[in-house]
Structures are given as C-alpha cells and as structure tokens.
Ligand binder design. Structure first.
Ligand code: ADP
Length: 476
C-alpha cells in the first residue's frame, strides 16, 4: 500500500501529545510490513538544523502559488518537512505560546495541508491512501474531493481521518472561510459550519472516505452526546465509516528489560529488578524507603480530561488508606498546586514533581506498584499500557481506551487491573481499596502483575488493522 501520512507533529521532532507518538510509530510499523509510507509535517522553528535540504515546493492556495521549502529525514518511512518561515519557522510553539493559540492557525494549517497534498506530484508519487490526522489536516479531505483538477495524482486516492482527541476541533471565526481560500458554500451545517464557526475537524468528518479513532470503545462513545463534543450528529451520520483502532506503544522505548532510564532492569518471571526500582524511586523522591508500603504512580497532563477533580476530592481518604503517591505532570495550576501542597503537608506519603521529565516518567512506571488513571474521557491513553508492561497494576476508570486495555480483576485469576465506571470519588476509592487489599496477597498480586506484563501492545497489530481498512477503501 502506498500511503501519504499527514500530521502536524511527529516525534521526536515535534510532540505535544499522543498524536506525535502515533505519527512516529504507525508509519514505521506500516513500513516494516512492506507498505510505502511518506510522512509530511511542518518544520517548526524548534526543528533544526534540518536534515537534508531538498527543493522548493509550490503550494497552490487561493488560486495562486506560494513557495515552501522542503526537507527530508530519510528512513524506512521518510519524513518530509514543509518549511515556511512566517507560518512555522518563526514560531517557538506548535499551535500557540503562553497558553494562547496563534491567531493565524487556520491559515497556517490550511497552508500545511495543501502543501502536503502538493508533495506527491513534486516527488513523482501517487499514494492511494491519504491518512489525515486531527483538525490540523481536516481540510485535506475536502481538498481531495474538490480540488481534484490540480491534484491529478489523487484521482484514485482515498482519504482517512484519524481523530486522536475529539475535544480539539480547530474552530475559527467565519472570516477564516475566505481567508484560507475556501468558497462560502462550505459554510453550511452539512459541511464545515459549527455554531457559526468554521470547524476544520468537521471538514474531515464530513468529507473523508473513512474516519478512525484510537480505540474501539472511544469510537462508540463519541457517537453519544456525552462524549461527542457537539459533533456526535455528524459522527452518527458516518457511523458505518467509523472505525476504532487501538494505538500501540513503542515496545523498544518502553521495555523494562532494556530501559536505560532505570537503575535496575526486570521482566516477567524476574521481578527482583522491580523491587530495586521501587527502592531507588522512593529514595529519589524523598519518600520513606519502605518496600511493604504500596506506591501509587501518576504521570500525565494535569488536565480536566484526566479526572483530577476526582483525585482532588478523594485525596484525603486515599491517603488515609496508607499508600505513597508519586505524581509527575504539569498543566492546570490548581492541580499543580493541589499536589505541591499535598507533598508539603504529607512528605512521608506524597511526592510531586511539576514539569515534564521523560526519565522520571520511566522510573515511576517501573518503581510504582499501582498506576492511577481515573480519566473523565480517554481516546486511547498510553500510560496504562506502559504500566501493564512494567508490572505496575493500573487503577483506571472504565472509559475509552482504558476500558479496551485494562481488564478488571475478577477476584480470582482473571484481569490485569482495577476498573471503576461511575465518575465519582467514591467509585475511585472503592477500586483503590480493592487494589490495596489485594496488594497484601503477594501471590495473587504477582499473578496480576504477570498477566499485565504478558500483554502485547506492539504496533504491528494496529498496523494490520489500518492495512485492512486501507485495502477495503482502495477496492471501493
Ligand atoms: P495524552 O495524549 O492525553 O496526553 P497519553 O497517556 O496518551 O495522554 O500520552 C501521554 C504521553 O506523554 C505519555 O507518553 C506520557 O508518559 C507522556 N507524559 C505526559 N506528561 C508527562 C510528564 N510530565 N513528563 C514526562 N512524560 C509525560
């Protein structure tokens, strides 16, 4: 299969979240299976001093042509960087700075998307699948249908839009319609209009040949008003073309047997190294070094999505149960303060590190006994999969990708973690109590850990599912 993969971030060059990871891993997994995948992404100012300089790309927009630079990072799935000084080169952030989105994001990502579609002709390629990702590239689905006359390579192409998080939609004032070179006819409810704004994601949902999202359960949930973020009517309309394909994780980067961030290594059937990781983590974080005290880890964006109001409400009761808590994250200041304060008041039980720290994220995943992830909603989630791989038992809310990856312990010998459904601090505490009770039963606990560690979350299975979808679309 010949695929053009269009994404506004690609790790390690640019990343604000799961999208960057997927855009790095999925093309590589497809390439390893023999597909030809060309990745295209903006060259932000932070990406430097770029790779092999290539050529000039003429981008057709507003009925005229604007020049962009083009660079490439070679590899099994080569990554092409679109360079445009004013739109990308001069910016320190990807989508904004200091908590404010850039005012010209509509123009920036309309330009990038059109540049991505002008790439195949410049390279002499004719991909059969154009894989778009999130709102930044949503207009591509419309362009492929309506600008066919100057995208000759695309006549037989099919488009797929993957929604990584429906909460981010790219809504802009309607003045953006002419400003990004769209005709006013797109500004209607059946197309891109959304509460009198121009909605880039909706363009993708309406015009892509297929829509995917990053877990089967989230794919069902977003059809409901509760999780549909106002777009559930469009999604229900496309329900037959909507597929949930679970993300994988990078099993080389997240491998407890080889992880270079850890003070000791371990694996299924050889858990001595995990005890050493716990001891080192307690020491690193200034917690009492006590192997018998259960240590709960939390890593992630401190955002509403992650269920932090539940944690906040449950925290006093949670601490009364006696565990240690290690938190790494940044985001909303009130949540940062919550954990800082808890660490100050209860230094024997709580350690909080506000910031982004890749190494510490690995050491928490390895050293903790339990991992808490009580998300309000979760398109897929990666941390619970890392936890399972590291023998750290996840306690999660059964929602979205968490429901698809963590099986609730049945009290006997099935299950890989603890899940609760009701979005209420009481439900979280009940699940945690069950977990802490079982923690004292070393044999049952080890069985639980090892079942989790034996799960396969590699990318190959996801890549196969995407291939099946691509093949089905191509045969239409
Ligand atoms: P989301 O994409 O909603 O932020 P995911 O669980 O899918 O959540 O992925 C988050 C990724 O970012 C994980 O790889 C996680 O380890 C990483 N991460 C989030 N916050 C931090 C942090 N403060 N320090 C280190 N890594 C972090």
């Amino acid at each position: 299969m010949d695929v053009l993969f269009v994404a506004s971030e690609v790790a390690p060059w640019s990343k604000t979240g799961g999208l960057g990871d997927v855009a790095a891993a999925l093309p590589r997994a497809l390439a390893a299976r023999g597909d030809r995948v060309t990745v295209v992404t903006p060259r932000y100012g932070s990406i430097d001093p770029v790779k092999r300089g290539l050529r000039r790309l003429d981008v057709a927009l507003h009925g005229r042509s604007e020049a962009a630079g083009l660079y490439v990072a070679d590899g099994p799935a080569p990554v092409y960087f679109v360079e445009h000084e004013r739109f990308f080169g001069h910016r320190r952030g990807l989508y904004g700075e200091n908590g404010h989105d850039y005012a010209d994001n509509a123009a920036r990502f309309a330009f990038f998307t059109r540049a991505a579609l002008d790439l195949p002709a410049a390279l002499g390629l004719a991909p059969r699948i154009v894989h778009l990702n999130d709102w930044q590239t949503g207009l591509g689905a419309w362009m492929l249908r309506h600008e066919k006359q100057d995208l000759a390579w695309a006549r037989a192409a099919r488009s797929v839009l993957t929604v990584h998080n429906l909460a981010y939609q790219g809504n802009f004032p309607k003045q953006a319609v002419p400003a990004v070179g769209l005709p006013w006819e797109v500004f209607r409810h059946e197309a891109m209009e959304f509460y009198d704004q121009l909605n880039f994601l909706k363009a993708g949902l309406v015009f892509a040949d297929a829509v995917t999202t990053v877990s089967p359960t989230y794919a069902r949930e977003i059809l409901t008003p509760e999780h549909g973020n106002g777009l559930d009517p469009q999604l229900r309309h496309r329900a037959r073309d909507l597929h949930g394909i679970l993300n994988g994780i990078d099993v080389e980067e997240w491998n407890p047997e080889t992880d270079r961030h850890l003070p000791a290594r371990f694996g299924c059937g050889d858990l001595a190294g995990k005890a050493a990781c716990k001891e080192a983590l307690q020491r690193e974080l200034g917690l009492p070094v006590r192997p018998e005290v259960p240590l709960i880890g939390m890593v992630g964006r401190l955002a509403e999505q992650k269920g932090l109001d539940l944690v906040s409400a449950a925290l006093p009761d949670l601490l009364r149960l006696g565990p240690q808590l290690a938190v790494l994250g940044s985001g909303r200041h009130d949540y940062e303060d919550l954990f800082r304060r808890a660490a100050r008041e209860r230094p024997d039980q709580v350690a909080a590190h506000v910031g982004f720290d890749e190494g510490l994220a690995h050491r928490i995943e390895a050293g903790a006994d339990l991992f808490l992830m009580p998300s309000r909603f979760e398109p897929c989630g990666l941390n619970q999969m890392y936890s399972l791989r590291y023998g750290t038992v996840p306690v999660v809310r059964a929602v979205g990708g968490l429901e698809d990856t963590v099986e609730d312990y049945d009290g006997y010998r099935r299950g890989t973690g603890f899940a609760f459904r009701e979005y209420h601090p009481r439900a979280l505490l009940t699940a945690l109590r069950r977990a802490l009770d079982l923690f004292r039963d070393r044999r049952a606990w080890t069985g639980l850990m090892e079942r989790g560690m034996a799960q396969d979350f590699g990318w190959d299975r996801s890549a196969q599912a995407y291939e099946r979808l691509f093949a089905e679309l191509s045969s239409r």
